[in-house]
Design a protein around this ligand. Sequence first.
Ligand code: GLU
Length: 321
Amino acid sequence: MNKSTSQIIGRFAPSPSGRMHLGNAFSALIAWSSARSQGGRMVMRIEDLDPRTQDPQKARLVLDDLRWLGLDWDEGPYYQSERQNYYLDAIARLDNKGLTYPCFCTRSELHAASAPHASDGTYIYQGTCRHLNAQEIAEKSLQRPPAKRLVVPERSDPNGTFDYDDLGYGHQHEILADDCGDFLIRRSDGVIAYQLAVVVDDSLMGVNEVVRGHDLLASSARQSYIARLLGFEPPRYGHVPLLVAPDGRRLSKRDGDLDLGALRARGIHPEQVIGSLAHAIDLAEAGEELTATQFVERFSWEAIRMHVADVAVDDSFILGR
Ligand code: GLU
């Protein structure tokens, strides 16, 4: 797991919460194509931190769907559920820097005390628990177990400002104090927060290119911040448009007829799925079928940069043209 100096190392990082839908397939296809088109390697990591997703059968289905699409990897699968020690070690290092604190806020307290809301519907933590003294912490700990937050730099501190170029969405400018405030690195039920685990894993696995759905664009600054605190080089980021239902909702379990399990059961071929995804970013004609390898030959980030709006899909996306 040594970090290579120049080779691109990308990754798949699926959360096995159900069957993959077309949006997951699209992100995975682009992550793989970006790495492969640069002669890079791919790591497979199953993001099953949440005990509700720790179902080996679900993980197997995700791996099988990716293979069915023609996507492969060189290392893994790693399972986050087996990597607690790495995360706890990272948290201890942040504790030692004096940058963490216990947070006792309940969900309703957070929402009551957290206007203004960031544009993506998440809240900006106002630092309610940042200055509790030892006695207050002891008293509150008797009521409920705390979560843990990471302190972000003050608005005026340049260490809390992140400027970088996303491969898909171009220049990004984020100020952590304005965009999220002090954020969770461990939940009150003890589950490690996604933001922390993903940084630890990407760094230890040598990942230097992170490609994923646009919904995670705003996480990149938080993740670069954690990486820097832990002495890791942040990866470069490439975000890709989301596939949404015709009414603009994110695809979810409710759209089960568009998940890969359902499409496979209906006799759809992987080349039809990849051809349709390619057509959505003008890399294929309507109705054209493509293998993953043929897709890579046509792929460039320019195709994503020209198509950053969410893509609405329904049954006709695959079948009805
Ligand atoms: N596990 C996340 C998901 O499936 C992706 C995390 C990431 O790519 O950073 O949505």
